[in-house]
Design a protein around this ligand. Structure first.
Ligand code: AHR
Length: 485
């Protein structure tokens, strides 16, 4: 079929060096390794693989993780943590029990535990973020784990760590108080009041062991949970003074061929973050506190959950192929747009974890005994992490609205911009969510001599860009002089 070329939709994006949201916390670009499917076993760890290092971790996977550029890694779950006995994973490997993991009906050999994982994270230069089990366990086990990891010596647990071959403390600074405790699927699921009370007491005990740690309390496991909002309110009323962050989790997928709604996932995530900030700040006002709670978006991604049969239908197996979604180009566009949303909230969202890192809804995939490779989603993630630096600018978008069935009217174009004052580099990330091309006029008067690297020439503080339909773009710009004060 032939016809006239589609008329482009027209949008403007305005940036100004004076109008920014502050420094981007590098922990915004984190990831997640759960004992789930093949994320750990035959993912990051495979001692019989030809590329395994002396610790049993795959160097080919490690190379891709470095190329991806993630800064932080959350561990060991996820739903897995809510039945996990961390003591199973320390000491001589041959003495460790093989357990039935209830979350994913998987045999957990405990070959990789806290020491092995933290050693890997340290060698990889990744900030570890550990979750404690508040499903089947509680205050004492959480405090014991902090003691095992963070006390130098002279106590039962710190001396156990030393006896296990780790004389230096692991010095884990960031901890999650359980996982998705609002979800009925969670082992040991609780009401908001039950969880809030337990989280507050556990936080207090963990801080009594190490006052320097930072703590993340569980928010809702999704914006569509029936308890959303009320959960955050109640939990924060119990824990406001003893936690630093509240978590958000969100997964997006295309439903029934509704691509337009799927492409609006970034706008849905934006609304979710805005609502959690409003809820946390309402508790702050009610309690008359000065400090703001920050956000930890510690699970986000595209996940075709409709294809998952449900944990109860799974056969019990070791390192099964679970949640090994294969991503398309459109999935990569959506992932790029989700990162745009996170950057646009860098004033409140300090931590972000792409869920997950290897094999399980992941940008990096492996064959057991074979190669490791990049999925489509790898590319916008790696480019965003490589390019986004300095402060997050306010990128004001004027664009036509697209009507979507799931998320209402959303702007056809989304944008985020960063500015590194030390190098003068400006980066503009754009998504065209529409089915036709977009012509975007970028207004940048406050940056004298700003021009795009390998791009169209600017005239009078404006540069016109053309975006392909349903596309993600990253553009690099340089200033010929310091931005106007
Ligand atoms: O990332 C997969 C699962 O999604 C995690 O285990 C859980 O926290 C969430 O529901």
């Amino acid at each position: 079929m032939t016809g006239a070329p589609a008329e482009p939709l027209r949008a403007t994006v305005t940036i100004d060096p004076e109008n920014h949201r502050g420094e981007i916390d590098r922990r915004l670009f984190g990831s997640f390794v759960e004992h789930l499917g093949r994320c750990v076993y035959t993912g990051i760890f495979e001692p019989d693989h030809p590329a395994a290092d002396e610790h049993g971790f795959r160097t080919d996977v490690a190379d891709l993780v470095r190329e991806l550029g993630v800064t932080l890694v959350r561990y060991p779950g996820g739903n897995f943590v809510s039945g996990y006995r961390w003591e199973d994973g320390i000491g001589p490997v041959e003495d460790r029990p093989r357990r039935l993991d209830l979350a994913w009906r998987t045999i957990e050999p405990n070959t990789v535990g806290t020491d092995e994982f933290l050693g890997w994270a340290r060698r990889m230069g990744l900030i570890p973020m550990l979750a404690v089990n508040l499903g089947t366990r509680g205050i004492q086990e959480a405090a014991d784990l902090v003691e095992y990891c963070n006390i130098r010596d002279g106590t039962a647990w710190s001396d156990r760590r030393r006896a296990n071959g780790h004389p230096e403390p692991h010095a884990v600074g960031l901890w999650c108080l359980g996982n998705e405790m609002d979800g009925p699927w969670q082992t040991g699921h609780k009401s908001a009041a039950e969880y809030g009370a337990l989280a507050a007491n556990t936080a207090q005990a963990m801080r009594q062991v190490d006052p320097a740690i930072e703590l993340v309390v569980c928010g809702s496991s999704g914006r569509t949970m029936p308890t959303f909002g009320a959960w955050e309110s109640t939990v924060l009323e119990h824990t406001y003074d003893v936690v630093d962050y509240i978590s958000l989790h969100a997964y997006y997928e295309e439903h029934d061929g509704d691509r337009r709604s799927f492409l609006a996932s970034g706008a849905a995530m934006d609304g979710f973050i805005t609502d959690v900030i409003a809820t946390a700040d309402a508790v702050r006002a009610r309690l008359n506190r000065r400090r703001h709670i920050r956000l930890s978006f510690d699970e986000w991604n595209v996940w075709y959950m409709q294809r998952f049969p449900g944990a109860e239908r799974l056969d019990v197996a070791e390192a099964p192929r679970l949640l090994e979604d294969v991503y398309s180009d459109i999935d990569a566009v959506v992932v790029g747009d989700l990162l745009i949303t996170l950057i646009n909230h860098c004033d409140r969202v300090a931590i972000g974890c792409l869920a997950q890192l290897v094999n399980v809804i992941a940008p990096i995939m492996t064959h057991p005994g074979g190669t490791a490779w990049r999925q489509t989603t790898f590319h916008p993630i790696a480019e965003t992490i490589r390019l986004a630096a300095g402060v997050g600018l306010v990128a004001t978008v004027r664009a036509p609205e697209l009507a979507t069935a799931r998320h209402g009217d959303v702007p056809a174009v989304s944008a985020a911009a960063t500015h590194d004052p030390s190098s003068g580099a400006v980066v503009l990330f754009l998504v065209n969510r529409g089915e036709q091309p977009a012509e975007v006029t970028v207004r940048h008067h406050g940056f004298p001599g700003l021009s795009m690297v390998d791009g169209p020439v600017a005239a009078e503080g404006r540069t016109v860009l053309r975006l392909a339909p349903e596309s993600w773009t990253a553009t690099r710009w340089t200033c010929s002089a310091a931005p106007r004060p």
